[in-house]
Design a binder for this molecule. Structure first.
Ligand SMILES: [Zn+2]
Length: 490
């Protein structure tokens, strides 16, 4: 998270007959204007864009694929951005802006696979699939990330707005589902585009296989990790059927193994790229969230999951939901707490808050208050713990639990917030992709030991590279490792 809150209006979508897909068409100017307008905020919320060689490379591959979409002046109409995000995702907005995260890129193995992901998303744009996405958005904002408990508190328009704010809206945008048919169609279009652009038609099949491996790994790690990330796989349900279809489409599109893969160039671009969290936005390691720049750390209850965004860390578990956020504030803490509650309810509903009480947590002056809101499905406790971090900075947890529980389930969490020393902060390093050339004697076991993780090194290594645990590595071939790297400046 960063010291920033922002808001964004939902994007407009326009119905165009499906028949328009194959014909030359223009993007709707209103969609384009909307995409342009929201682009900087969206990039900010996802941790910034990859610039330099990497950003240019993705734009160039995207443009090559977009030229096959039938969209007029595709070179200008489409824009491809690589997001500095630990979430494995790709998505498009109707105005032709297409996004891929570095985390998803790390999973890919060659340029034809990257081309397929970009082509799939361009297919959603060219196929005008956004109308379905819009109705899904309406559903999602009702039953959003924070679930029904929150939605019912004040008629679901208010509470969501504060906890959700930007984080929820963007994660919605990135996780909304198209219909299954639209996904199949985007797969088909993606494969057709890359084949016509000269790439190996099997790029898409390999992407789907890589995502299948990644989501199988995710399942294995469940219960071992407290990170919650909405992934491409969750909005693009993987199934044997989908893989089959992709394979058939690839075979129909062109002879496999004849197109461009550009593996070496792709891996060159990947080398050194951040994987997982960017320390500049805070790092989730097990139950602990640490921010080396804000010099703070806290731990969530066991089995609770965290989702980090530029503006806040959202925490969810069996007994409730919470959010950590904050920023510059000089007024009294009582006032701050009231503002958090007002923000939560959009100022429309009164939540009866108990008089705030002072406390001291790990040497930090703090103040908390618990309030009660009555909802159609029973009462909900709204608690705020605010910390006077410095004369002009306040951080807080806002927590929602069942009526009568108050801060209870989150007591250890609110007590755990502490300052990091400069030394502790300096020890927090990013993970990066390291492309290595296999040498004689290297094995899957020996190389996987170099993975910068405390557990499941072998599993992570084989999932990342799409190889079998007992596979014999060929000297001279290249594989991807994830190692600890240095923070980039700026
Ligand atoms: Zn899709």
């Amino acid at each position: 998270m960063k010291r920033r809150l922002l808001a964004l209006a939902a994007s407009a979508a326009v119905i165009v007959p499906a028949a328009a897909i194959a014909q030359a068409r223009y993007l709707n100017p209103r969609d384009v204007a909307e995409a342009q307008r929201q682009h900087p905020e969206l990039v900010q919320e996802f941790g910034g864009a990859e610039s330099g060689t990497r950003g240019a490379y993705v734009q160039q591959v995207g443009a090559r694929v977009a030229a096959q979409t039938g969209v007029v002046n595709s070179g200008q109409a489409f824009r491809f951005t690589t997001l500095n995000s630990a979430v494995e995702n790709a998505f498009a907005v109707p105005g032709g802006y297409i996004y891929i995260t570095r985390q998803l890129m790390a999973l890919l193995d060659d340029e034809s696979e990257l081309a397929f992901v970009l082509g799939h998303e361009a297919g959603h744009v060219a196929g005008n699939h956004a109308q379905a996405r819009k109705s899904a958005a309406t559903r999602n904002s009702v039953l959003g990330v924070l679930g029904a408990i929150l939605g019912s508190v004040v008629g679901n328009s208010g509470l969501g707005s504060m906890i959700g704010q930007s984080a929820m809206r963007y994660s919605q945008m990135a996780t909304l589902s198209f219909s299954r048919e639209q996904e199949y169609q985007a797969d088909s279009l993606g494969t057709r585009y890359i084949t016509r652009a000269g790439y190996d038609p099997l790029g898409g099949t390999r992407v789907l296989a890589a995502l299948t491996r990644s989501s199988a790994l995710e399942t294995r790690l469940q219960g071992h990790e407290n990170r919650s990330t909405p992934e491409w796989a969750s909005t693009h349900p993987l199934s044997t059927n989908r893989l089959q279809r992709a394979l058939v489409e690839a075979q129909r599109s062109g002879p496999p193994g004849q197109g461009v893969r550009n593996r070496d160039q792709f891996l060159n671009v990947l080398d050194g790229m951040y994987v997982d969290d960017d320390p500049a936005q805070g790092v989730i390691e097990g139950r602990v969230f640490s921010h080396p720049d804000l010099l703070l750390q806290f731990a969530v209850p066991p089995t609770y999951r965290m989702q980090n965004s530029a503006s806040a860390v959202t925490i969810s578990g069996s007994a409730g939901q919470a959010q950590f956020s904050g920023g510059r504030y000089q007024g009294p803490l009582e006032q701050y707490i009231m503002r958090v509650v007002q923000g939560l309810t959009g100022g429309r509903q009164q939540v009866a808050m108990a008089p705030p009480r002072q406390t001291m947590i790990n040497g930090i002056p703090a103040m908390y208050s618990v309030g009660r809101a009555n909802t159609s499905s029973g009462s909900v406790d709204v608690s705020v713990m605010a910390y006077r971090w410095s004369p002009d900075t306040v951080y807080h947890f806002v927590m929602l639990t069942r009526g009568g529980q108050g801060i209870g389930p989150f007591t250890q969490m609110v007590d755990s917030l502490r300052r990091l020393s400069g030394q502790e902060a300096a020890a927090i390093r990013p993970k990066v992709i390291d492309v290595v050339t296999v040498r004689a004697g290297d094995t899957v076991q020996s190389l996987s030991q170099r993975m910068a993780y405390r557990d499941y090194r072998l599993e992570r290594f084989v999932a990342l590279n799409g190889i079998a645990p007992n596979e014999r590595l060929v000297p001279g071939s290249k594989v991807k490792l994830v190692i600890y790297g240095a923070r980039r400046s700026g």
